[in-house]
Design a protein. Structure first.
Length: 369
């Protein structure tokens, strides 16, 4: 991330330590083949059986979603995605967001097919058809693919990020380890987790204000659907945490891109084939915690692009940004998140220190070059 290069709160692919002193690592990747009892399993298609229906409101009051009903409603909109390029291959998940065949997924699910590879989609009813990449955004780890020549497809319903609360029950649907039509459930464990995850070509993606859940999320769930008890999409499962040397598997720490951001990015991809992000025009390094009286925590301005928004607002190399729009800036990720959630033309008030003095400047964001 050129807007916030340098050390962050933790190195890419590493999360913060737990209270017990143990550390966990973030994964973000498509699933490879799964071997069970010597049999190679690429995907499993199942048919959900009906069951007595429970009012959604009553189920939510009990702290659980009626998972069978949610699965019946949502599974027809969720797909398994296979991407291949030469001998490299992997699987992930996606959901139909337009009846004409547009499907939302993670960029890392289809990235290996972006340069001459192939993408295919396996539907809930067993149909497998080729797909093309409409557009992708490595910085937010989102992408849209499209299948053509199909009858109007069932579309997942959108929820709202503003309505998501900690503790609410959720259901996650996708294809962990290539096992299609897999359903898990849990709750929203936390909100507003900004997680740095590995991306292509040694770069990082940023899951901004992600939704944390204890519902099982494993490789292959990426790009799938996290829904509320009404079957509305509230997040795109994108990464999970594992304890090193634990043998892998879900430990109840999964992260999903919030639906409002996913919808905004996918709408722009469908409309233009790409995503334009906002731009400050500086390079930053996180100031690590230090003893009292030392340099304040924040984002140290390493360089400023001449004529860029930051330069026009008066920022210089050596400044330390400590707040943005009144919110503390503790790492470079706090600034990088603004470039992913704000638009060119938006204004951001940065508070910074220079020679021991606190200064404020209003930066009008530009479009990233």
């Amino acid at each position: 991330m050129s807007e916030a290069s340098g050390a962050g709160a933790a190195p890419p692919a590493t999360g913060s330590g737990s209270g017990s002193g143990e550390h966990w690592r973030i994964w973000a990747g498509a699933a490879t083949a799964l071997v069970i009892g010597g049999v190679l399993v690429a995907a499993i298609i199942g048919t959900a059986r009906t069951s007595p229906r429970i009012p959604v409101s009553a189920a939510a009051d009990l702290g659980v979603c009626p998972a069978t009903q949610v699965a019946e409603q949502v599974l027809p909109t969720v797909v398994t995605i296979s991407a291949a390029n030469g001998r490299a291959a992997g699987t992930g998940s996606g959901e139909v967001i337009r009846s004409d065949g547009h499907i939302l997924t993670n960029n890392h699910v289809i990235a290996l097919a972006a340069d001459g590879g192939e993408v295919s989609v396996l539907f809930n009813d067993g149909r497998s058809v080729p797909a093309v990449i409409t557009g992708r955004d490595p910085r937010t780890d989102l992408a849209v693919i499209k299948v053509d020549g199909q009858p109007p497809l069932p579309v997942i319903a959108y929820g709202s990020s503003k309505e998501v609360v900690v503790g609410q029950p959720v259901v996650v649907l996708g294809a962990p380890l290539g096992l299609s039509n897999t359903v898990t459930s849990g709750i929203v464990s936390a909100l507003d987790r900004t997680i740095e995850v590995p991306a292509e070509q040694g770069q990082s993606a940023l899951l901004v204000s992600s939704v944390q859940t204890d519902a099982a999320i494993n490789p292959g769930n990426s790009g799938g659907a996290m829904v509320d008890c009404a079957g509305q999409l509230i997040g795109v499962p994108s990464a999970g945490a594992t304890v090193p040397d634990s043998g892998g598997g879900s430990i109840g720490l999964g992260f999903a891109i919030p639906v409002d951001l996913a919808k905004a990015v996918s709408d722009e991809i469908i409309a233009t084939g790409k995503v334009t992000h906002a731009y400050f025009g500086f390079s930053l390094v996180t100031v690590p915690p230090a003893a009292p009286g030392a340099q304040p925590r924040g984002a140290y301005v390493r360089s400023v692009v001449p004529g860029a928004p930051a330069a026009q607002a008066g920022l210089r190399p050596g400044d330390v940004i400590t707040a943005a729009d009144g919110q503390p800036v503790l790492t470079t990720d706090d600034i990088a998140a603004l470039t992913l959630t704000r638009n060119p033309g938006d204004q951001v008030v940065l508070t910074y220190t220079r020679a021991g003095k606190q200064i404020q400047a209003t930066v009008t964001l530009a479009a990233a070059p």
